[in-house]
Design a protein around this ligand. Sequence first.
Ligand SMILES: *Cc1c(COP(=O)(O)O)cnc(C)c1O
Length: 365
Amino acid sequence: MEQELEDWAKYGVEGHFQARNPWFSYHKLFNERLSKIVGAKPDEVVATNTLTVNLHLLMISFYRPQGKRYKILMEASAFPSDQYAVETQVRMHGYDPADAIIEIAPRQGEHIIEEQDILQAIEDAGESLALVMLGGVNYYTGQFFDLAKITQAAHRVGAYAGYDLAHAVGNVPLQLHDWNIDFACWCSYKYLNSGPGGVGGIYVHEHHYSNPKIFRLGGWWGNSESTRFKMEKGFIPQNNAGSWQMSNAPVFNMVAHNASLDIYDKAGMKALREKSERLTAYLEWLLRQITHLPFEIITPTDAHRRGCQLSMLFGERGKEVFETLTANGVIADWREPNVIRVAPVPLYNTYEDCYKFYEILMSIK
Ligand SMILES: *Cc1c(COP(=O)(O)O)cnc(C)c1O
């Protein structure tokens, strides 16, 4: 932060080119490191805007309803911002959300979605389906969907597949390019630790960003660099995911992202994931020893189908337990109506933290 302030003081606007990390290309500092986290090529990602804004910009490109093909498939009870985004995109094109949005819910009496139900719904929707848009990891249950399989099913019926990776990025192993995913977006202030309101990120598969038929809204930062400052008519998108950028990079905001991605790079997703699986399994084992509190873990037990989150669904006393945790210095998350989400994060949580968490629960009479 000090470095950017010094360069601003010293160079003023010339910092766009003279700063030690020139602001003109500041966003490019992240391509290599982000691409490793999400399993993409460096050109397929860019740090820009914020999550819901990116979701809209990407749907402008990948939700182009026409004729019979106008439906979007998503999970029921998705994060509200995603629901609002999809609802208003559908309305913008003149459709009724009740007709155009297909929602997949868990089966009666179950908490997580059967993947088979998603695949079946895609097949049933067939050529009426324009887009599959799911959260990569469901924010409420922590369920990590098989994105490769779902994408393949979407492509089979001629639909695109894009994902909101808010709870997946930096948490679970991703191979967006190899899984042939069309687009994805994420925020950096959850597992990526880049601070409140931190810059978001997008991924677009290379066979789309180079396709001139893929429409994108234009802004000068998405325009080809060679003509960006010529101030001429005619939007010429860059030949990379950066073409979805609108505005110049929010450098002060991105400073924390830069520092955080360094730590991620040093640790590596492979090592983080290894520890994550062990740490989460350990916490799960501890929680299963508890018999005096009325809760069940609704997150999948299969390590491949979850990240480091465990969602504890309470019959009663949920709020009271949550308040005790908070009073004891634990930052967990309360979700209405009755879920406590806890995330033993491999980057900074220890086995001892998990044990202490268990002890606090055991101290509740
Ligand atoms: C956190 C989160 C958001 C937040 O969106 P912003 O635009 O960054 O405020 C949206 N969707 C999901 C699934 C989230 O988990």
